[in-house]
Write a protein that binds this ligand. Structure first.
Ligand code: HEC
Ligand code: HEC
Length: 334
């Protein structure tokens, strides 16, 4: 056999199993989540520290992780978040997991991307209640941080742009691959039980996938909450119309991701649904005009729980200590 032929044979032999694997990825409206690729590890490390650092808040007590707790699916598991001075927030905290896949950030999409979003809570009087200038002053005064800025950006100057870029780079790593549903999508027939698969079939065939699709099973469109039947809520939020000013966008919200939804209770922008069963019942009636039986509801819930993927896993970041001249926090305000 000549060399060219031999290479062709080797190519065919190695190509066959690869092709088989590709063919086994099922063609469904939801696609598997792939692991994150890290381009700049120093930037991600810096962003991780900032994410966990409560010194970005006026009180010195609230970090991003306070409301988006990575031990709890990237949420706070309360109806609406608690911010500075125990203020009750107006809206439920969405998960940060897989948030890089969102078409825009926030329930109404008012931030274009993660970098733009990250500046919001620091300066929000109801959340971290700080200012960008003060947050930069604090971080710039900490020698352990300026070293990290040098590693990530090539110089020690701290500014809000670099801070939010680093936080966003860390958030981009917060993806959750390898859920049982993804294993099934990739061809593993045994990854789902019969009931879970029936739940998925119901979810797909009754029309939930019209809005919950793509790798995140949501996050890629704004849709009306209460399409068939109006949604009754005590929350003043009107959703997308706050951004566009258009009446047609009232009560349009970003469709939340259903990835890890088992962990991210309570549900909806007002946090009014405590359980998945309740959320599925409301979705069926209000979005599809369909009342699921208890058995159907339980099947869909069992499918939704297969969307829980590998949670972010890393060593708890140890934050560099404040220096003598670091501005001190104001934990209480009368
Ligand atoms: C006091 C609680 C609180 C803190 C602290 C907080 N967040 Fe949030 N976060 C929220 C709430 C509530 C929302 C939803 C607000 C809205 O949509 O109007 C949100 C929305 C988000 C979103 C958008 C997710 C989506 O699907 O739209 C991201 C990303 C996010 N926060 C990241 C962060 C980062 C990074 C920090 C730290 C710099 C942070 N948050 C600090 C409560 C908080
Ligand atoms: C017409 C679009 C649409 C359809 C169809 C739809 N949803 Fe939703 N879904 C949404 C929107 C929008 C929200 C957020 C609503 C809000 O918070 O006010 C949502 C929220 C949810 C939530 C809560 C997630 C969270 O983190 O708060 C679950 C669970 C859910 N949907 C499941 C389903 C199921 C199951 C079906 C099919 C029975 C379905 N959805 C059909 C648009 C849709």
């Amino acid at each position: 056999m000549n060399r060219g032929k031999l290479l062709t044979v080797i190519f065919l032999v190695t190509a066959v199993p690869t092709a088989a694997v590709i063919a086994a990825v099922r063609s469904e409206p939801i696609q598997p989540i792939e692991p994150a690729k890290v381009a700049n590890p120093a930037l991600v490390e810096l962003g991780k520290k900032l994410y966990f650092d409560p010194r970005l808040s006026k009180s010195g007590f609230i970090s991003c992780n306070s409301c988006h707790n990575l031990s709890m699916g990237g949420t706070d598991n309360i109806k609406t978040s608690i911010g500075h001075n125990w203020q009750e927030g107006p809206i439920n905290a969405p998960t940060v997991l897989n948030s890089s896949m969102n078409l825009a950030q926030f329930w109404d999409g008012r931030a274009a991307d993660l970098k733009e979003q990250a500046g919001g809570p620091i300066a929000n009087p109801g959340e971290m209640a700080f200012s960008h200038v003060l947050a930069v002053d604090v971080i710039q005064s900490i020698p352990g941080y300026t070293e990290e800025f040098k590693k990530a950006f090539g110089n020690e100057t701290v500014d809000i742009d670099k801070m939010t870029l680093a936080i966003a780079a860390f958030e981009e790593t917060l993806v959750t691959p390898n859920s049982r549903f993804d294993l099934w999508l990739k061809g593993d027939d045994k990854a789902l039980t019969k009931v879970e698969l029936e739940g998925y079939t119901l979810f797909r065939d009754s029309g939930c996938v019209a809005c919950h699709n793509g790798p995140a099973a949501g996050g890629n469109s704004f849709q009306k909450m209460g399409l068939i039947e109006p949604y009754k809520s005590t929350s003043p939020s009107e959703g997308r119309s706050a951004v566009t000013g258009k009446d047609a966008d009232r009560f349009n919200f970003k469709v939340p991701t259903l990835r890890n939804v088992e962990l991210t209770y309570p549900y909806f922008h007002d946090g009014a649904a405590n359980t998945l069963g309740e959320a599925v019942d409301i979705m069926g009636r209000l979005q599809l005009g369909r009342k699921f039986s208890d058995e159907e509801n339980a099947k869909i819930v069992s499918f939704l729980k297969t969307l829980t993927g590998d949670q972010p896993s890393f060593l708890l970041p140890i934050l560099p200590p404040s220096a003598d001249n670091t501005p001190r926090p104001t934990p209480f305000e009368k």
